[in-house]
Design a protein around this ligand. Structure first.
Ligand code: PLP
Length: 389
């Protein structure tokens, strides 16, 4: 394909990596086949057929996804893993040595914190968790041995927004690698590499897959040396995305733009509805003017996403009763699928974060997180209305 860089987002999402093969003997599929073969035969001992040897190292379906992911994030290289946490652990295994130091946002997804604090703890590196809303906190935490800065923006579940460009200027000055988890906005709304990040990571289980039916993780980057290190570990550690899961993810990506438009539109409407409800104490959504980083969110991304957190009046039992009364919102962990989900971070997604830490960063017992789906918004609001009594 000529000039593919100039294609719009949806054109890339549909075509890149899946160009029909018209070579002699090929079939011209418009959708990449699911290559289930774990090994690939060759005619000559020292010449793997089209570069393929063994699926853990390289698989045609996964490769199509990796090429598509890279093009959507405006990156040179993409890598697909078995889950978001598999992608994250492979980054850490590739780039961190004992004695190194990491600076991380204090409001990361609970599983990412657990990975850093409880799993990689055994590898003898230490981490400073800071409030990255103020880039100065990042700069102040950087030490001689700091290797990585790890951000999520917006964060899970408090939807704090950090200034990726300003932080990337700091990390560049100190020779530190900046990793941004872009799960909440997806490349449709935010492109951290364009803002100066070195590595983008996703739980593609969420918006990228988009249908709550496939787990996955992705890494996208521009620097060839970093890519080679992570690619080496992708194969050597082996947490790769399976061919069928690669196909499901490719299928999901094709509608990423239209899904995200609808998630965003529905979420804006629901956030405004919640803001006026007497039972709701506080609504956190970057698209609301009341969000402390609303201006920054508007500047660095082209949409606000489909996640809203809000605090309801009363006790944890009132919050549980509200959640259990809903009909359309599924009471479930995860986010980013076409169906609306609701959860209580203190007892569900963030239960692995110690209570004192949760309280310190603002995850109260009545903080509710919703992942707004793409259903008809009037039905979603009616469901919230009957449960918020
Ligand atoms: N990053 C974020 C922001 C997440 O919300 C999650 C999961 O909820 C992950 C990473 C981990 O991804 P996975 O569940 O695909 O391992």
């Amino acid at each position: 394909m000529a000039n593919t860089k100039n294609y719009g987002f949806s054109t890339k999402a549909i075509h890149i990596g899946e160009e029909p093969d018209f070579r002699e003997g090929a079939t011209g599929d418009v959708v990449i086949p699911i290559h289930l073969s774990t090994t690939f035969a060759r005619k000559k001992v020292d010449k793997p057929t089209a570069g393929y040897e063994y699926t853990r190292s390289l698989n045609p379906t996964r490769n199509a996804l990796e090429i598509k992911l890279a093009s959507l994030e405006n990156g040179r290289f993409g890598l697909a893993f078995a889950s978001g946490l598999a992608a994250e652990s492979t980054i850490l295994l590739s780039l961190i040595k004992p004695g190194d130091h990491i600076v991380a946002f204090d409001d990361l997804y609970g599983g990412t914190k657990r990975l850093i604090n409880q799993v990689f703890d055994n590898y003898n590196f230490n981490t400073s968790f800071v409030d990255a809303v103020d880039p100065k906190n990042i700069e102040n935490a950087i030490k001689e041995n700091t290797k990585l800065v790890w951000l999520e923006s917006p964060t899970n579940p408090l939807l704090k927004v950090s200034d990726i460009k300003a932080i990337s200027e700091i990390t560049k000055r100190h020779g530190v690698i900046l990793v941004v988890d872009n799960t909440f906005l997806s490349p449709y709304f935010q492109k951290p590499l364009d803002l100066g990040a070195d590595i983008v990571v996703h739980s593609s289980t969420k918006y990228i897959g988009g249908h709550s039916d496939v787990l996955g993780g992705s890494v996208i980057l521009n620097d060839e040396d970093l890519y080679k290190k992570i690619q080496y570990h992708q194969n050597a550690v082996g947490a790769v995305l399976a061919p069928f899961d690669s196909y499901l993810t490719l299928r999901g990506i094709k509608t990423l733009a239209i899904r995200l438009e609808r998630h965003n539109k529905n979420a804006i409407e629901i956030a405004h509805y919640l803001e006026k409800h007497p039972k709701v104490i506080k609504v956190i959504y970057p698209g609301l003017k009341s969000h402390p980083q609303h201006e920054l969110a508007t500047k660095q991304a082209t949409g606000y996403g489909g996640i809203i957190s809000f605090e309801i009046a009363g006790t944890i039992d009132d919050a549980k009763a509200f959640l259990e009364k809903l009909n359309l919102f599924a009471l479930a962990e995860s986010l980013g699928g076409v169906e609306s989900l609701i959860e209580l971070p203190a007892v569900m997604t963030h239960a692995s974060v110690a209570k004192e830490v949760r309280e310190q960063i603002g995850i109260s017992d009545t903080l509710v997180r919703i992942s707004v789906g793409i259903e008809d918004v009037a039905d979603l609001i009616a469901d919230l209305e009957q449960a918020l009594v």
